[in-house]
Write a protein that binds this ligand. Structure first.
Ligand SMILES: [Zn+2]
Length: 328
């Protein structure tokens, strides 16, 4: 168990969605940026920006699969490991151990990646061993790294694993690819109302899903990467990334819209950056956005300076504690 008893110091801030400990194999082979970040590099950026605590999980992909640069095929076993995320999960935990020694301030909450349908028994045995050896604080599911949707988790032993250790789950979401649609995570949450689930990336701003996140006690969402999310709503050409039935806002200013989200989501919003995906390129060679970790921090600092202390405390401290530990 990780610091469950300690919790977060009042006033200290946590980033609830970051990646580290290795590489995104598919992105590396296909020329997508970013594809790598160590936990030590992440902590350097966070502590320079005054963010003391973090949730961190591996990148979405796994070298369990062979990546064919010619066909872009990704779903045949490579022979490099016995089951998905075998190496990536332990690499993250080892990187976390080093980062804790290098930067002793703050708390790191590692989450480990899971694949709902491939070698599940071996994954569970491994997760049990890693929990005993290192400890970790939650699980992460990404549809692009596994080619399945979150509903596939409903009847798996991962549910009992989370129940046993009282740990939550983060589910990637978006509307660009069908298996990432947030409704899959919603069905998982209906099936297991005692499992705390965060539907990441504002559920692609889908108004109805956000209403359900407010209504169901076990659901949360994170705003990561907030400036990229905001840009996808206001910038022409990004429509494919946003639900057509989107959250109602003027979207005039990033800070104002964040406040509207905090107030609307009433205790369910978690602050997160998706670092290193604060900025990215897909495979075009040009950055789609030019945003840094510091730009994301500036948004919450500006609101804090303007007097929205309790609103910011909710998303960087109070809501995350309820998500992580199941009580306020
Ligand atoms: Zn992410």
């Amino acid at each position: 168990m990780i610091d469950r008893e300690i919790g977060l110091r009042p006033g200290s801030r946590i980033d609830c969605h970051t990646h580290g400990g290795g590489e995104n194999p598919y992105g590396k082979f296909m020329g997508e940026y970013p594809f790598v970040q160590s936990v030590c590099d992440l902590r350097f950026k966070q502590l320079a920006g005054g963010i003391e605590n973090t949730i961190v999980f591996p990148m979405p992909g796994t070298y369990y699969y062979r990546i064919d640069r010619t066909t872009k095929e990704f779903w045949r076993p490579s022979g490099l490991m016995h089951f998905p995320y075998e190496v990536e999960n332990e690499a993250l935990l080892r990187d976390v151990e080093i980062a804790r020694q290098l930067y002793p301030e703050g708390i790191i909450f590692p989450f480990l990646n899971i694949h709902p349908t491939e070698c599940v028994g071996q994954q569970i045995d491994h997760l049990d061993r890693l929990m005993q050896k290192y400890g970790f604080a939650g699980l992460k599911f990404h549809s692009s790294g596994t080619n399945v949707d979150a509903e596939a988790l409903i009847n798996t032993p991962f549910i009992e694993f989370m129940r046993y250790y009282n740990i939550p789950l983060i589910v990637h979401s978006g509307v660009f690819k069908p298996n990432a649609h947030p409704r899959h995570a919603l069905l998982l949450a209906y099936a297991h109302p005692d499992i705390r689930i965060s539907i990441a990336h504002l559920a692609a701003w889908d108004k109805n899903i956000l209403e359900e996140i407010k209504r169901l006690p076990n659901l949360f969402t994170d705003c990561s990467p907030y400036l990229a999310n905001f840009t996808s709503v206001v910038k022409p050409g990004h429509e494919a990334f946003v639900s057509p039935n989107r959250f109602i806002s003027t979207f005039a200013e990033a800070e104002e819209t964040l406040l509207e989200l905090i107030r609307s989501l009433k205790g369910k919003l978690l602050w997160g950056t998706d670092e290193p995906w604060t900025t990215y390129n897909f495979d075009t060679g040009e950055l789609i956005l030019r945003i840094t970790y510091g730009d994301e921090v500036k948004i919450i600092e500006k609101l804090y300076r303007e007097g929205y202390l309790s609103e910011i405390e909710d998303i960087v401290n109070k809501n995350p504690q309820r998500f992580l530990f199941g009580s306020s």
